[in-house]
Design a protein around this ligand. Sequence first.
Ligand SMILES: C[S@@+](CC[C@H](N)C(=O)[O-])C[C@H]1O[C@@H](n2cnc3c(N)ncnc32)[C@H](O)[C@@H]1O
Length: 273
Amino acid sequence: MKVTYKLDNQSEGRRLEEQSANKNYSLRDEFSSVGVQINAQERVLDAGCGTGLLSRFLIDHFCQEHFTIDAIDITENLLSFAKQESAKNDQYRHRITYMNKSITELCDQKKYHKIFSRFVFQHIPDRKLKTLALKKLWDSLLPGGKMYIIDCFGFFSHLDTPNTWLLEKIGHVENSIPIDMNVGPKLRGMLIDAGVPFECIQTRTLPFYFDTLEQREAEASLWKQRFQNANPLLVEALGELVAKRFVAEYIKEFLDPRTYIYAQKFILTISKP
Ligand SMILES: C[S@@+](CC[C@H](N)C(=O)[O-])C[C@H]1O[C@@H](n2cnc3c(N)ncnc32)[C@H](O)[C@@H]1O
């Protein structure tokens, strides 16, 4: 099955960069919560790199260590964005190699000390393909290496609101679109199915905070852009008129301070003996 990124659009690169500047998506917080360390001469894989923001962060953050990164993705628009960013800085340009490749096409001839895959598995369409992708990553990890998989739970659907029309439509959209925004807690089982011993997997969670109006407005801006990019999927699931009303009501409820939103990031650390 040919896998495509359902949010692909000319503006998606800018949205991902806007997202990463938001405290709820802080790479620094994610990495420090699990003690990510990169050493000199290591080989790193950024699997599903998007705009390359994680690769660039690693180079900036661990600037004392000379390591190299292979960054792969299936979306040409995002790879072009990533290459343009790399061209602005010699360190990025010399140390990050971008490739148009799916995780499911990795061959285990080239192995890595560290592997990262962030917000990618929610976009791999079914459990079988996700398990295959996890096996490819596990097979690409060197003995003594570590991989970090970050994805979310509750992100779209855990909105506590009295608006029953919206809740019913959220359920319908969730069941119709090939994106699983609750994939976080499922990754452990899929890793075990992929042949990873359970004692090699450690799970941590980090909450998303939507307490202040500022946090909600920042996230609502991202939702507007996600919905815009995913419009063909919404129209297919709901029809054009209902899709339009759905987006308007979702954003309105999201911004309502009485609405409670419960979402978490799952950060799995997988260590190869
Ligand atoms: C939400 S973006 C996240 C990008 C980046 N990791 C970040 O943290 O901003 C998801 C990315 O996964 C990529 N992707 C989806 N399925 C993939 C696959 N099978 N192999 C490689 N990349 C994939 C998409 O093209 C997209 O760039």
